[in-house]
Design a protein around this ligand. Structure first.
Ligand code: ADP
Ligand code: MG
Length: 316
């Protein structure tokens, strides 16, 4: 039984890469990493009901299981190459596996990524993907390089996935747009690679901007000031929620898979031009400062009151 499934996965995800000496089918894959590069390796697990809503269609699960991992590689400035997939399912359903493999393959093809192996077991639905990518030696983007005075940027828009979770069960064009951001996040792979040699620090926003920015600050021994008015928000988010709720989602909502990064302020213009060339939205949301706190300020520069809302003062 397991062998049929594996064949099915292999056929539906087939991708040719010269650096895959031996793919799915033996006890281990054989791979040929390029000289002069470091291997960047990340793994993430999606559990039904925890990381995606029960009832999410299989193709979206397959897409997202890969997307969250590609997002980690993007945050390192790495180029994706290979993946392995560990699949745990309560029962073997052909149509489910086909859908999952197709969603996975759709995103994998966009990034010339080859699925080179995996594991299949029975149990509560859970999908683990490990991705492998390359980065020229010494050039990976780390969380730890932010300097006081750096400009802080984020790609895309924030808060859409959190908004989608909030309006589960509702319908309409805007709700559908939010839902597609939750189910089919766009890993910012090209943006991450373009930031090599420009960004001082980078992270992907998976747990919410303030939480993830706090990781950059802690790793760098710095603080940050975020301008609430500069947070990039989609028109769908603005249409569905009032201003304060949308702002809260943008600051604390998880599952966005955008990049947050710091660059020397003198290179801010270069960042804007580079992202425009890639067709990737980008917004300057604040700056890195001395200290250890992440502050959110309004358009007058006043810190938003921590007593009214829980998130304004994230001590790192
Ligand atoms: P073993 O028992 O030696 O681990 P398996 O029967 O689990 O071998 O797997 C056989 C081959 O199929 C291996 O190459 C493995 O990497 C691949 N494989 C198993 N499950 C998956 C999966 N879910 N996705 C991709 N490849 C898989
Ligand atoms: Mg096995």
């Amino acid at each position: 039984m397991e062998f049929d499934l594996i064949d099915l996965i292999r056929m539906r995800t087939a991708a040719a890469r010269a650096d895959v000496t031996l793919g799915i089918g033996d006890d281990a894959a054989l791979l040929a990493p390029p000289a002069g590069h470091e291997l960047a390796l990340a793994i993430d697990t999606l559990v039904e009901g925890v990381h995606f809503p029960v009832g999410t269609i299989p193709a979206d699960i397959g897409w997202k299981a890969l997307a969250v991992n590609l997002s980690d590689l993007a945050a390192m400035g790495a180029t994706p190459a290979w993946a392995v997939l560990a699949l745990t399912m309560p029962q073997v359903e052909r149509s489910f596996v086909e859908g999952l493999a197709d969603g996975f393959a759709q995103l994998a093809r966009q990034h010339h990524l080859a699925l080179v192996g995996g594991d299949t077991t029975q149990g509560p639905l859970s999908i683990s993907v490990a991705v492998h990518g390359f980065v020229p030696v010494g050039q990976a983007l780390l969380r730890s390089g932010a300097r006081a005075g750096d400009s802080l940027f984020v790609t895309g828009t924030l808060g859409d996935a959190a908004g989608a979770l909030y309006c589960r069960g509702r319908t309409g064009e805007n709700v559908r747009a939010l839902r597609s951001r939750l189910d089919r996040p766009t890993p910012r792979v090209a943006a991450g690679q373009a930031l090599r040699g420009i960004a001082h620090a980078a992270i992907d926003v998976s747990d919410g901007l303030l939480a993830d920015l706090a990781h950059i600050c802690r790793a760098s021994g710095k603080g940050a000031v975020v301008q609430a008015a500069s947070l990039p928000q989609s028109s769908a988010l603005r249409a569905v929620f009032d201003r304060e709720t949308a702002r809260d989602f943008a600051l604390t909502g998880g599952d966005d898979y955008e990049l947050c990064f710091s660059v020397p302020s003198a290179r801010a213009g270069e960042v804007t031009a580079t992202m425009a060339r890639l067709g990737c939205g980008v917004a300057c949301i604040g700056r890195v400062v001395e200290g250890d706190a992440v502050l959110v300020v309004d358009e007058h520069g006043n810190a938003l009151s921590p007593s009214r809302r829980g998130w304004e003062h994230f001590s790192t």
